[in-house]
Ligand binder design. Structure first.
Ligand code: ATP
Ligand code: MG
Length: 175
């Protein structure tokens, strides 16, 4: 057994709980006084509870919602790619800045899936991160390369979701 080191954790799959798990880790790390950066690559239209909570933990938690992310309904793919690129460059700078024990790249998988950022570039950046830094990537449909590169991979498997019964997204559960 070797000693401790920074881990690359990947939460993927179609079931609910990926972003929630990442937030749980943030909560755990901050309890030890560790600094956390959460970068959300896809901006939703909801008023996210975590964004409001982040204000209460502002001394330890840096929370960033990046631009409009991408959209599959987009009428302007070039602009989406430019926004994704800008968000990714911000994430790279955050990692290189080495000010955080934990860096969460929420919904990053889609930037690979939609061909906006080359998978290898992401893998290279994550692999070259500061050695004690933990990094979390979330998002459905993680690509094979990301899965191969991660130290920990958990697939959230949907067994049931209230959405199927027509129960709408609720405050405190989905946002
Ligand atoms: P959460 O943010 O709640 O942890 P997640 O990160 O695992 O969810 P995403 O794929 O990012 O899930 O989707 C975000 C939104 O989609 C959440 O509101 C979540 O409740 C909802 N969602 C997740 N899984 C499902 C599902 N299997 N069916 C319907 N809606 C889902
Ligand atoms: Mg999510």
């Amino acid at each position: 057994m070797s000693g401790t080191r920074g881990l690359f954790l990947l939460f993927t799959g179609n079931g609910k709980g990926k972003t929630t798990a990442a937030l749980g880790l943030a909560f755990r790390a901050m309890g030890h006084g560790q600094r956390v950066a959460m970068i959300q690559f896809i901006k939703g239209s909801w008023k996210y509870g975590e964004l409001e909570s982040a204000r209460r933990f502002a001394d330890l938690l840096d929370f960033h919602v990046m631009g409009r992310g991408f959209t599959w309904k987009s009428d302007n793919l070039d602009r989406d790619i430019a926004v994704a690129r800008e968000a990714w460059e911000f994430a790279r700078a955050t990692i290189a800045g080495n000010r955080h024990q934990l860096v969460i790249l929420d919904e990053l998988t889609y930037l690979v899936t939609y061909g906006m950022i080359p998978e290898q570039e992401i893998i290279d950046t994550l692999t070259a991160r500061p050695s004690s830094m933990h990094v979390v990537v979330t998002g459905r449909g993680a690509s094979d390369g990301l899965i191969a590169a991660a130290d920990l991979v958990t697939e959230m498997c949907e067994i049931r979701h209230p959405y199927k019964k027509g129960i709408r997204a609720q405050k405190g559960i989905e946002f």
